[in-house]
Design a protein. Structure first.
Length: 133
């Protein structure tokens, strides 16, 4: 099974920049075609970020039901990245993956909008600081 590597990190750069700028819809759009093109379990990395970004749109708009539903789905994608052993040191170090997973998992099933605040404040590591080798 393939792990997350440099080529996957490069694919995500624009989407991560958009996410960090809180341009969640644009992040979703950018990563969606990579998610659709990825045939294997690695697609769950893209998919998780897409769903978290979409949840942040709902949070920002005050749509608790939409935010809850997408966070539940994102939790499933994180489980798949673990199940298929996709998570690599690169994913951890360059995308702050453990922090993101922890914040997503901290949102309770019967959450309130206030439960999303820490996740909304999350930013990925700036791509200009990523290791490229």
């Amino acid at each position: 099974m393939s792990q997350f590597e440099l080529e996957h990190l490069a694919i995500m750069e624009e989407g991560i920049l958009l996410y960090n700028a809180q341009k969640y819809w644009e992040c979703h759009e950018d990563l969606e075609h990579h998610w659709l093109e990825e045939p294997g379990p690695l697609r769950n990395v893209y998919w998780a970020v897409i769903q978290v970004a979409a949840a942040m749109i709902h949070y920002r708009e005050g749509n608790l039901v939409g935010a809850r539903g997408l966070i539940f789905k994102a939790k499933q994608k994180f489980e798949r990245t673990e199940q298929f052993n996709i998570e690599s040191e690169l994913l951890q170090s360059e995308l702050s993956w453990e922090e993101l997973k922890s914040l997503v998992r901290a949102v309770p099933a019967e959450s309130q909008l206030s439960d999303f605040k820490k996740l909304y404040d999350f930013r990925f590591k700036d791509p200009s600081l990523w290791k490229r080798k």
